[in-house]
Write a protein that binds this ligand. Sequence first.
Ligand code: HEM
Length: 339
Amino acid sequence: MARRCSRSNGTNVTGLGLAMAASWLLLLAGVSDGQLQVGFYSRTCPGAESTVASVVRQSGSADPTILPALLRLQFHDCFVRGCDGSVLIKGGSGSAEVDNSKHQGLRGLEIIEGAKTQLEAQCPGVVSCADIVALAARDAVAFTGGPSFDVPTGRRDGKVSNIRDADALPDVHDGIDALRSKFRANGLDEKDLVLLTAAHTVGTTACFFLQDRLYNTPLPGGGRGADPTIPPGFLSELKSRCAPGDFNTRLPLDRGSGNVFDTSILRNIRNGFAVIGSDAALYNDTATVDVVDSYSGLLSNFFGPYFRQDFADAMVRMGSIGVVTGGAGEVRKVCSKFN
Ligand code: HEM
C-alpha cells in the first residue's frame, strides 16, 4: 500500500522562538533556504529516494538500455535553464523545450513520470520532478556498475519551457572551444567536461550523429568526406555499421565496453577510437588531453586521480546548475505539465 506522508503536521510552537518555529515549519513543508541538501525529503517523504531507485531498477531490468538514457536525461535537463525539470514538459504545439532537435533520441521521460505517479500517491505535492531526474540518473549510474553517491535534493520545478532554450546544448559538431565554453557557461571546467562526457562509457548513439563525421566533413583540400583524423581501420568499422543515410542503427559510444561503467571510454578517446565527434574533440586541446590521460592510465586506479569518485563529484556539480529552490518555481503534480 502506498505510504502517505504529510507536508506539514501542525507543529506545536509553544515554547519555541518564533524564528525557530518558522524554520521548522519551512523544513517540514519541504522548503529550504535556497540550498540543496542530502536527505531533503527524509521527513517530508521518507520513501522518495527508495521509490525512485525501485522504479529505475525495475525499468532497467526490463530494458537495460533505459539506464544510460536516464543518465543522459539529467545532462539535457541541467544544461537547459538549469536542473529544473523543464525538459519533461510536453508542449503539444511543438514549441516546448523537448521539441528542439538537440534533444534527439532523448528517452526515459516516462520512467520519471512513473516514479512521480508513485510519489504523488505517497506524498502529494512534495517531490519535484527535477529531483526525480537527478535521483534517477544517480541510480542509473550505480545500476550500470558506476559509483554510488549521495545526491543533494530540494530542487523545485521550473515554470518555463521554451524550444529555443535548448539551442545552447552541446552538439556532436562542437569543437573543443565550443564544448569548453558551453560547460563554462554552466559553471563547469575542463575537468568536469572530460569527467561528465565519460558518461559515454555506457549507452549507444544513433548513426544519425555519425553521418557528418563519416561522410560529410569539410576536407582541408576542399570537398567533403570522412573526418580525416579517424584512423583508417576504425573508419571502415564505423562505415560498416553506419551506412550513408542510416539514421537509426545504434552502436556503443564506448567501443568494446558499452555496457560497463569504466574508464575504457577515456582510453578509446586517447587512442583515436572515439565514436562521436565531440568525444574525439576532447583529445584536441592540452587541458582536456591532460585530464583524459590522467584517468586513462592503469595506475590511476591505485594512486589516483580516482575516476569513480571524481565522476560522482562532477555529477553533483552538474546537478546543481541553475537549480530552483526555496519558494521559487513549483512542485509539479504531473512532470509533463505545469500545475
Ligand atoms: C559534451 C557534450 C556532449 C555531447 C555533444 C553529447 C552527445 C551525445 C549524443 C549525440 C548521444 C547519442 C544520443 C542518441 O543517439 O540517442 C549521447 C548519448 C549519451 N550521452 Fe551524451 N553528450 C555530451 C555529454 C554528455 C554528458 C555530460 C552526459 C552525462 C553526464 C552524457 C550522457 C550520455 C549517455 C549516458 C548517452 C547514452 C544514451 C543512450 O544510450 O540512450 N552525455 N550523447
